[in-house]
Design a protein around this ligand. Structure first.
Ligand code: FNR
Length: 177
């Protein structure tokens, strides 16, 4: 299968575990699949600037989603929820109303945390937001990565079992999406 994926880390920091997960997956994808990783540094959502003259990075972000066969969102958990950076980006992506590039788009949500809880509360929030559009959320076993610090080496997800489980989810998204 040929598939062009878009990876979105819900954290902006350079040494983000969420980014490291995407980098590890990027390296491990099967032949024919590729993934661009894009950070979510966007202006704060403001309906007054959500016009055809919206900032260029907003248009580029929406276009990147439109161009992708599937989106992989890797979220950390901030205070029992998804980071504002990610919610902000999803709000931008959700518009124009009824024409969002996320409508019907296959999306895999992955959460992670140094804690054993794996960011599962953030995972739930991202799912709920995606259902508002609705995106085509991948169901089935959820990818929730706890104790993530031990699973990353040299800035990349390196845990064989987690990689295998997650690639299985990506495969389901590609083949059913
Ligand atoms: C956190 N962290 C955190 N972890 C968690 O499991 N549940 C939580 O509610 C929170 N809350 C929280 C709030 C804020 C403001 C920060 C900065 C952090 C810890 C968090 O999981 C950890 O910092 C991760 O490393 C952040 O993800 P990235 O940046 O590594 O992708």
């Amino acid at each position: 299968v040929r598939a062009k994926l878009l990876g979105l880390p819900g954290s902006l920091r350079r040494n983000s575990n969420s980014l490291a997960i995407l980098r590890g997956l990027q390296d491990a994808l099967p032949a024919g699949a590729s993934m661009d990783i894009r950070d979510l540094r966007l202006p704060l959502y403001d309906q007054d600037i959500d016009t055809p003259d919206a900032p260029a990075e907003v248009h580029a972000f929406r276009q990147a989603i439109a161009d992708a066969d599937g989106v992989v969102i890797v979220t950390p958990e901030y205070n029992y929820g998804m980071p504002g950076v990610l919610k902000n980006a999803l709000d931008w992506a959700s518009r124009p109303y009824g024409k969002s590039a996320l409508i019907g788009k296959p999306v895999l949500v992955i959460s992670n945390s140094p804690a054993f809880t794996g960011g599962v509360r953030a995972h739930q929030q991202v799912n709920d937001t995606l259902l508002a559009l609705p995106a085509k959320l991948l169901g089935g076993p959820q990818v929730v990565i706890g104790g993530v610090g031990d699973k990353i080496k040299d800035g990349k997800l390196a845990d064989e079992a987690v990689l295998k489980f997650t690639l299985g989810a990506i495969d389901r998204m590609i083949t059913t999406g």
